[in-house]
Write a protein that binds this ligand. Structure first.
Ligand SMILES: [Mn+2]
Length: 410
């Protein structure tokens, strides 16, 4: 069988956030349902390579139960699919060292953990970064440049664009006529590149990169970090796989999926198909509405009393208020207490806040705000205008990333 004829099938998934809790409610039952579904899909789609693009855990120091869940899944998957190759890269929520840890045991095996950017003598170690991907016949069907989330200290003399340039050059040299796949765990802004080159965008405390970061010769670019499954406008196929289910109420309406990527010969870009993930647990919303209307809506909810507590739907309740409502919280809690639902949050909305105000801090809970939103709003209060200038915003983003990195255990 010639290499040209063989089709390599990759399943790209991301941002599992094992160990996640939503307002104190465990997501373990949902993760189990997702992983069970994924195992079946891997088999049904005859997947050769499972690619997990970061934030496999929710926190740098995940509970043992989350690590056990990952290792059990990998054991089951590689047992059921004897030829399956698995690549897990580190995300910004992950401790790079913790992701890398099992790599020493796995050696040259078919499960690869790339937590931190591999380096040799202070430079990226392309030999460790570039992995051959094997097709169904056992021949190499493509080469993967497995770039994890990069902290500023990981880059050495590089910045991200020069790193990705060097990675693509090394990858292309290695791949020859075979397709090259790239990965990343970072924020890539869609939209016009020209606009980006004029104004760098800072979102969620990170500087967003332009899609020109990725070499157009890549057959597919597998990204993690954004939780909504989406393609990024670029010269080749660049996709966020997205998370398997909503990790916050903002993600309630996302259509979660995994990506099945078919790589054939030197075809660029390759074919992709989305497999929608069944929603493991419902996510309800009541409001925004005045308190009494919302209470009536809560009473009218059609709920399944037979469900086990771990599968009760989540509920977010938004109340419109125009003055103090001292017993709002207790009345809502009393209304939902007997019901088989799990409260995610109660949001209060003042009509005078909606629309006219440009200050995102008014009426908001600090926990709901991104650090850069707070920074920009405080800057505007102090100095007016359209937010901090680029150099200041970039300095704040760098500081934030360094602070977050420093919070992790070594
Ligand atoms: Mn992330």
């Amino acid at each position: 069988m010639s290499q040209r004829a063989q089709t390599l099938t990759i399943c790209h998934t991301s941002d599992w956030h094992l160990g996640h809790e939503l307002n104190g409610h465990a997501r373990e039952a949902e993760h189990d349902l997702f992983l069970q579904w994924l195992l079946d899909r891997l088999e049904a789609e005859a997947v050769d390579v499972l690619l997990v693009t970061g934030d496999v855990y929710d926190v740098a120091n995940p509970p043992v139960s989350a690590m056990r869940r990952l290792f059990r899944f990998l054991n089951l998957a590689t047992t059921r699919l004897s030829g399956l190759q698995v690549v897990v890269i580190g995300g910004n929520h992950d401790s790079a060292a913790r992701i890398d840890l099992p790599a020493a045991l796995l050696g040259e095996g078919r499960v690869h953990f790339i937590g931190a950017l591999p380096r040799k003598n202070g430079s990226p170690d392309f030999e460790s970064l570039l992995l051959p991907l094997f097709g169904p016949s056992g021949d190499i069907g493509a080469w993967l440049a497995a770039v994890p989330f990069c902290r500023p200290g990981d880059l050495g003399s590089h910045d991200l664009p020069s790193l990705y340039d060097a990675v693509a050059e090394a990858g292309k040299a290695q791949a020859g006529d075979l397709p090259m796949i790239l990965t990343g765990h970072l924020h890539v802004a869609g939209g016009e590149v020209s606009e980006l080159s004029e104004r760098r965008i800072v979102i969620g405390g990170e500087e967003a990169q332009a899609a020109t970061l990725f070499d157009a010769r890549a057959a597919y670019v597998a990204l993690g970090h954004l939780h909504r499954p989406q393609a990024v406008a670029a010269e080749t196929t660049v996709r966020y796989a997205g998370s398997p289910f909503p990790l916050s109420s903002a993600e309630r309406d996302y259509r979660h999926s995994v990506v099945i990527v078919k790589v054939q010969g030197s075809e660029v870009p390759c074919q992709v198909e989305l497999l929608p993930i069944p929603r493991p647990v419902d996510f309800l919303a009541v409001g925004p509405a005045p308190l009494n209307t919302a209470l009536a809506a809560i009473e009218a909810l059609q709920l399944d009393a037979e469900l086990s507590a771990a599968s009760w739907p989540f509920i977010e309740i938004a109340i419109e208020i125009d003055g103090p409502e001292p017993d709002l919280q207790s009345r809502i809690l009393a209304a939902i207490e007997p019901l088989p639902v799990r409260l995610v949050r109660i949001a209060t909305i003042r009509p005078q806040d909606a629309g006219s105000s440009c200050d995102p801090l008014v009426g908001a809970e600090l926990a709901d705000l991104d650090p850069d939103t707070v920074f920009a709003a405080l800057f505007n209060r102090e100095y007016g205008g359209d937010g901090p200038p680029d150099d200041l915003a970039r300095a704040f983003a760098t500081l934030l990333i360094e602070t977050q990195a420093a919070e992790e255990p070594a």
